[in-house]
Design a protein around this ligand. Sequence first.
Ligand SMILES: Cc1cc2nc3c(=O)[nH]c(=O)nc-3n(C[C@H](O)[C@H](O)[C@H](O)COP(=O)(O)OP(=O)(O)OC[C@H]3O[C@@H](n4cnc5c(N)ncnc54)[C@H](O)[C@@H]3O)c2cc1C
Ligand SMILES: *[C@@H]1O[C@H](CO)[C@@H](O)[C@H](O)[C@H]1NC(C)=O
Ligand SMILES: *[C@@H]1O[C@H](CO)[C@@H](O)[C@H](O)[C@H]1NC(C)=O
Ligand SMILES: *[C@@H]1O[C@H](CO)[C@@H](O)[C@H](O)[C@H]1NC(C)=O
Ligand SMILES: *[C@@H]1O[C@H](CO)[C@@H](O)[C@H](O)[C@H]1NC(C)=O
Ligand SMILES: *[C@@H]1O[C@H](CO)[C@@H](O)[C@H](O)[C@H]1NC(C)=O
Ligand SMILES: *[C@@H]1O[C@H](CO)[C@@H](O)[C@H](O)[C@H]1NC(C)=O
Ligand SMILES: *[C@@H]1O[C@H](CO)[C@@H](O)[C@H](O)[C@H]1NC(C)=O
Ligand SMILES: *[C@@H]1O[C@H](CO)[C@@H](O)[C@H](O)[C@H]1NC(C)=O
Ligand SMILES: *[C@@H]1O[C@H](CO)[C@@H](O)[C@H](O)[C@H]1NC(C)=O
Ligand SMILES: *[C@@H]1O[C@H](CO)[C@@H](O)[C@H](O)[C@H]1NC(C)=O
Ligand SMILES: CC(=O)N[C@H]1CO[C@H](CO)[C@@H](O)[C@@H]1O
Length: 672
Amino acid sequence: MASLRKAVAAIVLAHVAPVVYSQTLVIDNTTVSANESTVAPAAASVDAGITNSTADLFEGETLQLTEAVLANLTDLELSNVTLFSFQNESDLAQNLSKRSLSGLCKTYPDDPYWPFPSTWGLFNVLLGGGLIQTVPYAASCYDSFGNRNTSKCDFITNNWINASIYHTEDPTSVNAVLFQGATCMPPAFVPSKSGCTVGGYPTYSVSVRNVAQIQLAVNFARNLNLRLVIKNTGHDFSAKSVGMGALSLWTHNLKDIRFFKNYRQGRYNGPAFKLGVGVQAFEAYEAARKNNVTIVGGEGRTVGVMGGYLLGGGHSPLSSLYGMAADQVLSMEVVLADGRFVTASETSYPDLFWALRGGGGSTFGIVTSVVIKAYPKIKVTTMTYVLATGPTVTSVQFWAALRAFFDGFITYTDAGNYEYFRIMKVGNDQYSSDMGPWFAPGMSKSQLEALVTPLFSRFKELGVEVNPVYTEYDDFYDAWHASFPVEPWGSNAIRQASRLFPKSNWQDAAKLNATFDVIKNVVEEGAYVVAFNIAAAPKTGYPDNAVNPAWRDTVMHAIMVSTWDTTKTDRDIKAASDRLTFGWMQRWRDVSPGAGAYMSEADYIEPDFTQAFFGSKYPRLYQIKQRYDPFGVFYAHTAVGSEDWKMSEMILGNLPSQNNQFGFSYQHEGHA
Ligand SMILES: Cc1cc2nc3c(=O)[nH]c(=O)nc-3n(C[C@H](O)[C@H](O)[C@H](O)COP(=O)(O)OP(=O)(O)OC[C@H]3O[C@@H](n4cnc5c(N)ncnc54)[C@H](O)[C@@H]3O)c2cc1C
Ligand SMILES: *[C@@H]1O[C@H](CO)[C@@H](O)[C@H](O)[C@H]1NC(C)=O
Ligand SMILES: *[C@@H]1O[C@H](CO)[C@@H](O)[C@H](O)[C@H]1NC(C)=O
Ligand SMILES: *[C@@H]1O[C@H](CO)[C@@H](O)[C@H](O)[C@H]1NC(C)=O
Ligand SMILES: *[C@@H]1O[C@H](CO)[C@@H](O)[C@H](O)[C@H]1NC(C)=O
Ligand SMILES: *[C@@H]1O[C@H](CO)[C@@H](O)[C@H](O)[C@H]1NC(C)=O
Ligand SMILES: *[C@@H]1O[C@H](CO)[C@@H](O)[C@H](O)[C@H]1NC(C)=O
Ligand SMILES: *[C@@H]1O[C@H](CO)[C@@H](O)[C@H](O)[C@H]1NC(C)=O
Ligand SMILES: *[C@@H]1O[C@H](CO)[C@@H](O)[C@H](O)[C@H]1NC(C)=O
Ligand SMILES: *[C@@H]1O[C@H](CO)[C@@H](O)[C@H](O)[C@H]1NC(C)=O
Ligand SMILES: *[C@@H]1O[C@H](CO)[C@@H](O)[C@H](O)[C@H]1NC(C)=O
Ligand SMILES: CC(=O)N[C@H]1CO[C@H](CO)[C@@H](O)[C@@H]1O
């Protein structure tokens, strides 16, 4: 530790020179590279025995920042080191916002309080390296960052839409580029508006490998009132993992996986996994297959199933049977807004534990790992078919057959099934709806055939023939892998919105008519509907947590999509965007008053989002947010407490921009 002190001194004293830092430090007159093994790990290796963790910490979780380490550094009277202090009582008594110019906004790159390059250098050294200055993913298509490379640009262009796997390897690339500002798209996607700037991407990212780095970053951001964002994969529909001028924590590399054959905690006694928050669906499912068990995760292959997915609830092909992903959690390790690292479980920070399971990402803390229940290996039968108008099927028959399918929604989810289907207009009075897949966990082919016999008989009566293809699999992995192709990514010409339609709409003939009508008429007007017959109230029960109560009452999660041609005028694009929220979606809300929408796949400007995304859970979530994050260190669009802040610039007149070019990104309006 003595050498660490000297190293820090060397860096700080050297910053009289304009650019002093590199990835090296001078320790006892010897230059060494500043990397994970030289600095952040030196912070402290904490004895796992003193935590409340229910499973041993991963190695990166044992590397923690403590008061003692900071005390060693402050002994040197280095004023910059206080920038990394934990939150304390005197911080609470004052207002941290005094550190920004107006006292209202986050500190922004043009602000005189924005850290000097030398301060960023010191930060990087304390991190042990891993601070990345943003170069947008598609920068190789342009000259702006000095790295133009035609072959790399061609590769990125070619894989932009169809290969999320590459985007999730990049520190800042996100799916919802529209809200980022689409400031660095491959030119082929933006023929008239090409160019490349950082825009709404963060300024810096920390490539996180250990807890000490997260704590340093949280303390630094809180003490300097910087905007902080968290990026795991960047899948979020609302671009919640970016923000202009932000410091980003990139958690993608937290990939540890540990399996417990027999795990005991509270009343639970069975198999479990402890998964790093960077583990993606394909990796989690591979691990489950290898250990002959099944876990609850989403359909998208590269989604971060322990990150924003699970924190927002997390629906799964297994939800009708086992509930939401958030229902499976036994404990979590979390860095809080005050910089402290804690365990959240039924017995340690139970209020936080409740909120983290469904209350949304980037709100209460930065999760580093999650312990979840695992289930025995199960067989799965899938089925696909295409229902479409054509020479023998009129649109009237098409809608009647689709309605016959809707009529069975309660029956199918009661049987533990999940059906993922799409409905689209393919021409004048021409429609198509592909079932892909009908997913029947725990069922054999003959059991599924028996379940759907009445449906296909009804199709026959209506004069509609489909060709169902059944496949029986030995385990979840194979069924999942065969059923869900790699997901698309990164369009700037798309908006989505969704609704969790209540089961009670199926228990009243007039309401079901009205529900079906509003699905049908938005498709007739050009909406593309992606829907799930799914439930999240399994017979075996579910824990009390922050999952949107609308999930417990639903039998259909339906997403509507509006796309447009980017060569259209802004006026036409705005019309398409507004029609989604205020035209089509309003009809869906009107037939389901008091229901809700799934925060992770919702309308970016859902009116009354606190009710829609959190329902009756909101007041308690807001209270917990105030308790754990009184300064608003964590902010994400539509997250709990975000209504206290305002973006001052809009895209298309009403979509808050994560890329505000004109000064402060957002304003604190004070709490109610
Ligand atoms: C193709 C595709 C398929 C999908 N399939 C499903 C599905 O089957 N079921 C389903 O429920 N959802 C699905 N989703 C939605 C998905 O749940 C959300 O996009 C979710 O936000 C992804 O989480 P992430 O961590 O991968 O993404 P990110 O965009 O990186 O993060 C999402 C949010 O969580 C926060 N966050 C991330 N990591 C952490 C952390 N460690 N601690 C605290 N906050 C964190 C981020 O700051 C951000 O606010 C899908 C999305 C896509 C694009
Ligand atoms: C603090 O510094 C002293 C003296 O160099 C060292 O012995 C001790 O291990 C350090 N403590 C921590 C927590 O880093
Ligand atoms: C480091 O170098 C300086 C000047 O070259 C010298 O005075 C000092 O003794 C050296 N310190 C160590 C620990 O070697
Ligand atoms: C980290 O730095 C140390 C000291 O210079 C060096 O020995 C080690 O090889 C470096 N590790 C990596 C991964 O660069
Ligand atoms: C509290 O933290 C601030 C930095 O935010 C530091 O300047 C101050 O000395 C700390 N006060 C105490 C009592 O530790
Ligand atoms: C802190 O901020 C609140 C609300 O903006 C204000 O009322 C209060 O006076 C501030 N306190 C200090 C110590 O500046
Ligand atoms: C350009 O990109 C290609 C493909 O990614 C890479 O192999 C090559 O080394 C790059 N060229 C330069 C000069 O960086
Ligand atoms: C994406 O599509 C392009 C063009 O068809 C193809 O070259 C590329 O291999 C695809 N990438 C993936 C990962 O499927
Ligand atoms: C999984 O099951 C297979 C087949 O029954 C068996 O060969 C294998 O050893 C099991 N693996 C584990 C990790 O239990
Ligand atoms: C452990 O749990 C107790 C009781 O909830 C709590 O006071 C303490 O802060 C927890 N410690 C950690 C490190 O989570
Ligand atoms: C539902 O719609 C069908 C077909 O349009 C109609 O025959 C039936 O009377 C409607 N039911 C109710 C309760 O409105
Ligand atoms: C941001 C900040 O506080 N920077 C300070 C770091 O330390 C040097 C030397 O003491 C000061 O000059 C900076 O103002």
